[in-house]
Design a binder for this molecule. Structure first.
Ligand code: MN
Length: 186
């Protein structure tokens, strides 16, 4: 059986393009978990306001633990008391590529160490170049996620508010809660 395109949720291991996922997470406070595949794990940041398509908008991104690749497909309700308790929705996903393309250019892993990452996203809601720049290190490590000024930039779009639902199932946070943890909505 040719499985190459049979299941959107199956990562294609023969495809060289790494993936990214943005999970909207209604936890203690609502945020967006921005995750990119680097060397077999999902390097992750919590972005309180989510990504913007406007290059003049700088979005704060707090680094969080690396997650296993399997987590990229997770949507549901994490029970109270567990790490990440709250409702998770797959807000966007797709593949990305390193924008540093010269033959001896730094890998994304090296750019992460340097604190300056530029990647091109190919998602369903957002696409184009994004930069991640570390603005503080140590206990207080913080980054900024900013749309680069390219043909995919659009200051008039506001996809976090106009396209709030899951790209995986079309569900809203509320629908996920009602279907997967109905007792919590009582
Ligand atoms: Mn989170």
């Amino acid at each position: 059986m040719d499985t190459a395109m049979s299941n959107q949720d199956t990562q294609q291991k023969d495809n060289a393009q790494p993936i990214f996922v943005i999970q909207k997470h209604d936890a203690t406070s609502l945020h967006y978990d921005f995750r990119i595949e680097v060397d077999g794990v999902l390097v992750s940041w919590a972005v309180p306001k989510g990504p913007s398509t406007d290059p003049s908008e700088k979005r704060l991104a707090m680094p969080t633990e690396d997650h296993a690749m399997e987590h990229a497909d997770y949507e549901g309700v994490v029970p109270e008391g567990e790490y990440g308790a709250g409702t998770v929705l797959i807000w966007d996903r797709g593949t990305y590529r390193n924008l540093k393309e010269e033959p001896d250019a730094k890998s994304v892993a090296q750019q992460l160490e340097d604190g300056h990452v530029t990647i091109w996203l190919e998602g369903e809601k957002i696409s184009g170049g994004y930069s991640l720049n570390r603005i503080a290190t140590g206990e207080d490590e913080r980054w900024l996620l900013v749309k680069m000024d390219d043909e995919e930039a659009d200051a008039r779009r506001n996809p976090t508010s106009t396209e709030p639902d899951s790209v995986k199932t079309g569900r809203s946070l509320k629908e996920i809660r009602q279907e997967e943890a109905p007792e919590d909505d009582a």
